[in-house]
Structures are given as C-alpha cells and as structure tokens.
Ligand binder design. Structure first.
Ligand SMILES: Cc1cc2nc3c(=O)[nH]c(=O)nc-3n(C[C@H](O)[C@H](O)[C@H](O)COP(=O)(O)O)c2cc1C
Length: 232
C-alpha cells in the first residue's frame, strides 16, 4: 500500500463526493472563523501545489483581519462591487498572484531550496546543474520561442487555485473563486508590480451563511459527458 492509498483508505471519503458537494459560496457567516489548525492546512495547500519544473511562480496574500480584507476589497469595490460582501464577510481571503517573469535569482532560490530539502543526493553540484539546465530549457522555450513566460506562470498559478478549491472543500471550508476584480487596483494596493508580480484570482474562504448563500441549495449544473468527453 503506497502512502496515497493509505491516506484515501483511512480518510473515509470519496473525492468525487467532495467535488460534487463543493460550491461557489455567495454569502458568508461573518461570525464563523476558520480555526488556526485549519488555516495551517490552508497554507500547506498553497505551498505544496505542483508546478511545471517545480518553478513555483506564485505569491499569496492571506488576509485575516478586517483591515486586510478591506485592502483586498479595493480590487472589487469600484468595478465589481457584487464580490465585495464575500471578501468582507469571509473568515479569510487569499489573493493568488503570479510572477511576470522567472529571474535567474528566483531559479537559484528554487534550486537551493531543493538542495536544502534533500532532493540532491550523491553528487549535489552535478545534479543541481542538471536540474538547472532542464529548467532553463523549458524557461527559454517559453521566453524566446513561445514568448509567453507570464502566461506560462499564470497557468501554474491556476493549477494551484484548482488544487486549493478541492483542498479547502475536503477540509469542510467554503470558498469563492473570483476573477471579478480589477488587477491594476489590487496590484497597486500590494505593490505587486514592484515585486515582479500580478494578481490573478481572489478566493475568500470561510463558512456559508444559509440566509444569503443562494448557491448552497441550487443543484450543480455541468455539461454532459456527450458534450465534453471523447473516450477512445
Ligand atoms: C477562475 C474562476 C473565476 C470565477 N469568478 C467568480 C467571481 O468573480 N464571482 C463569483 O461569484 N463567482 C466566480 N466564479 C464561480 C463560477 O461562476 C462557478 O465556479 C461556476 O458557476 C460553477 O459553480 P460551482 O463553483 O458552484 O460548482 C469563478 C470561478 C472560477 C473557477
């Protein structure tokens, strides 16, 4: 039994039940806070997401205070006010930002972290050089040939968002993925441009309020397998 089989056997739930039970929350109970124990797990979800070449081209803001959430709401208040109440009432709010480039220093930081985490056994310098070359090959493909490094980075951040939505649902935490915000306003609020970052998605998390979360009781709607799946 490998580690994953063990976890799913012990956990007692079917992951497909989680994807069908989760929903985009449209109203939060402002009195309910996510516990510190669960917030530590929420941070693990952000940190342990996979990314192409393990380049982790992301940064997150985690707002837990009214003042912090008000700063995040500067991204929605003017142009997307329908999203602001969830940002203010949710227990916590995560802003997902992507790196617009992958500077050499950042690549080196990832390499050094991999070494510190024990990824390079035996002949660390040779193995590090091989990993750097592989990573640089992909980076150069996106930088020089496809010329889409920022888009490539953003794809990695969206993978993180997807894992995050599934992960928090498995923890029994409600969430609201949001593209409805003004990235320029949020980038200015957090000085993202100066840090080589741009904001991509806001995700308030907390606990649904039965009185205002109209999406909690609506049935899920998805296209049929006939529409979306080709089996060969
Ligand atoms: C990337 C992304 C951006 C979204 N942006 C918003 C948003 O700004 N506001 C909102 O209320 N819902 C937003 N949604 C929620 C979608 O409308 C929702 O996921 C979809 O209708 C499916 O419903 P479900 O999440 O309840 O299964 C977004 C979802 C995703 C994945």
């Amino acid at each position: 039994m490998n580690a994953l089989t063990k976890i799913t056997a012990q956990s007692g739930f079917d992951i497909t039940d989680v994807v069908k039970a989760r929903h985009t929350t449209k109203g939060y109970d402002a009195a309910k806070r996510i516990s510190d124990v669960d917030i530590a797990k929420v941070k693990e979800l952000l940190r342990f997401s996979p990314s192409s070449t393990n380049n982790q081209p992301w940064h997150f803001v985690l707002a837990s205070t009214d003042a912090g959430k008000a700063r995040v709401a500067k991204g929605t208040d003017e142009k997307f006010p329908f999203n602001s109440p969830s940002i203010r009432a949710a227990s916590h709010v995560v802003v997902f930002a992507a790196r617009v480039a992958v500077p050499d220093a950042y690549q080196q930081k990832v390499l050094d972290q991999e070494e510190a985490d024990g990824r390079y056994v035996g002949d660390p310098e040779t193995q590090k050089a091989q990993m750097a070359a592989g990573r640089t090959m992909f980076h150069n493909l996106h930088k020089d040939v496809l010329q889409d490094v920022q888009q490539w980075n953003e794809k990695q951040v969206y993978l993180n968002v997807g894992q995050f939505l599934l992960g928090v649902a498995a923890l029994g935490i409600d969430a609201t993925p949001m593209e409805g915000f003004d990235p320029a306003a949020l980038d200015a609020e957090f000085g993202f441009a100066e840090q080589g970052l741009t904001s991509l998605v806001i995700v308030p998390i907390g606990y649904s309020d039965a009185a205002t979360d109209y999406n909690a009781t609506l049935p899920k709607s998805r296209l049929t397998y006939a529409d979306i799946l080709t089996e060969v």
